[in-house]
Design a protein around this ligand. Structure first.
Ligand SMILES: Cc1cc2nc3c(=O)[nH]c(=O)nc-3n(C[C@H](O)[C@H](O)[C@H](O)COP(=O)(O)OP(=O)(O)OC[C@H]3O[C@@H](n4cnc5c(N)ncnc54)[C@H](O)[C@@H]3O)c2cc1C
Length: 395
């Protein structure tokens, strides 16, 4: 058998740990093409495995099909590009704005086109060069999830190709079982070809803050406190603009991982690197709380005061407060420049072992001592980011 370049690329993913060769790679030009392929397999006396590949940013071969057919969604993007078709179609209804996006679209393109029209989805992933179908099959989590829920919670409707090769529109009212199975369904219940997502007026700017801690208990308490003020309003009125909460809360470990501005974004001023490094040397592990508040011309005058109010009483190390003001698009696309740097250094295509865990509040201290201190620190595991997203279970 001759293996061509496309089949080889369908046997790799971001994890670069698992490699399964498909028998063929399918390049659809329309959702109907995919439906025909699935139908052919379903009606065949010898059905074959079909897997959909978005950007292939999985870490354990989830988008591969050993001996089967990989549907490469990039082909749909290329088809749309050549027809100059937009990645998002914005719709206005009485209840608000929606956007229809293709399952093959990259979130980075959705952001760019939506922001040009003054709207944006509320929930994101940290990294945007992932497909809509890929993250909706997983969950789609970032620092906004405590407030708006993961990306699967902002979806109103989808077009899905079922295992029988039928194109079905589903929502929480129509074909609801399919809708709920496909969202977060790891690509096992259907192929998403269109998602209708909620949109909001896009903020213009972001006040972005990082605070350093040497005490995990103080760090995690502050994270929990900040996400608990979610939804509270000034003057108890319902106007969304008056929401006093932050728009984004995350956190990360800082250890001796080479440059203090890691690949995820350059942030700390160069002049402060020596004192941060000496703090890491002194404490071995630091915890960095990362926050953001969105604003625009209307709220610009209040944002500093509001941020100050939110940070009052927090227990970060005095003097280790850093802030930046950047555009909304720059903030959301913050991981891209680090990716391009790693790619240029040929460090992007390396193996990426990766683990995501939900940890209940009651056990987060045990996790710090058992994993961060006793495994990561003691064994000096200093490569790769360790991120800590505080979540509200209700979301
Ligand atoms: C650098 C990096 C940063 C990341 N950051 C985050 C983050 O901040 N938050 C977060 O939640 N995740 C994050 N992820 C994980 C990412 O969301 C998932 O790996 C996601 O599946 C990747 O999307 P993809 O387009 O590459 O999907 P793929 O890896 O191609 O596919 C993933 C799964 O979805 C299925 N699938 C793909 N497209 C469709 C479709 N149209 N319909 C049905 N099933 C489909 C595939 O068959 C497979 O099972 C990150 C990944 C990387 C590499």
């Amino acid at each position: 058998m001759v293996i061509n370049r496309k089949e080889k690329s369908a046997s790799r993913d971001f994890g670069n740990l698992v490699h399964h060769l498909p028998r063929a790679v399918f390049h659809p030009r329309s959702p109907q093409d995919i439906a025909s392929l699935v139908k052919t397999s379903y009606e065949s006396p010898a059905p074959f495995t079909i897997s959909v590949k978005g950007q292939g940013h999985s870490t354990r071969g989830q988008a591969m099909a050993r001996g089967g057919v990989v549907v490469d969604m990039r082909a749909l993007r290329e088809e749309n590009n050549s027809n100059k078709k937009k990645n998002i179609r914005v719709i206005w209804r009485e209840e608000g704005y929606y956007g229809d996006v293709g399952g093959e679209a990259l979130w980075a393109d959705v952001l760019r086109e939506a922001a040009e029209m003054g709207v944006a989805p509320a929930s994101w992933t940290d990294y945007l060069y992932l497909t809509v179908g890929g993250t909706l099959s997983n969950g789609g989590i970032s620092g906004q999830s405590f407030k708006y829920g993961p990306q699967i919670s902002i979806v109103h409707e989808m077009d899905v190709i079922t295992g029988k090769g039928e194109l079905v529109t589903c929502s929480s009212h129509t074909n609801s079982e399919l809708f709920h199975a496909v969202l977060g369904g790891l690509g096992q219940f259907g192929i998403i070809t269109r998602a209708r997502i909620a949109l909001h007026p896009a903020p213009k700017m972001v006040k972005w803050v990082r605070l350093l801690y040497n005490d995990f208990s103080a760090f995690t308490k502050d994270q929990e406190r900040l996400i608990s003020i979610n939804g509270r309003k000034h003057n108890n009125n319902d106007n969304n603009d008056d929401d006093v909460a932050l728009d984004y809360v995350e956190g990360m470990l800082l250890m001796h991982q080479g440059p203090i501005n890691n690949w995820r974004s350059s942030f700390f001023p160069l002049a402060d690197h020596p004192r941060i490094i000496s703090l890491v040397t002194q404490h071995s592990i630091l915890y960095c709380l990362e926050l953001a508040k969105y604003y625009d011309e209307k709220s610009e005058n209040n944002v500093d005061k509001e941020m100050q109010g939110l940070l009052e009483g927090l227990s970060y190390m005095p003097g280790f407060y850093y802030e930046k003001k950047v555009s909304y698009v720059e903030f959301l696309n913050r991981v891209r420049s680090g990716e391009l740097k790693l790619q240029s250094q040929r460090q992007w295509d390396v193996p990426h072992p990766w683990l995501n865990l939900f940890i209940p509040k009651s056990q987060i201290m045990d996790f710090d001592s058992g994993v961060f201190k006793n495994i990561i620190f003691k064994r000096n595991i200093t490569t790769g980011p360790v991120l800590i997203y505080p979540m509200n279970r209700s979301k």
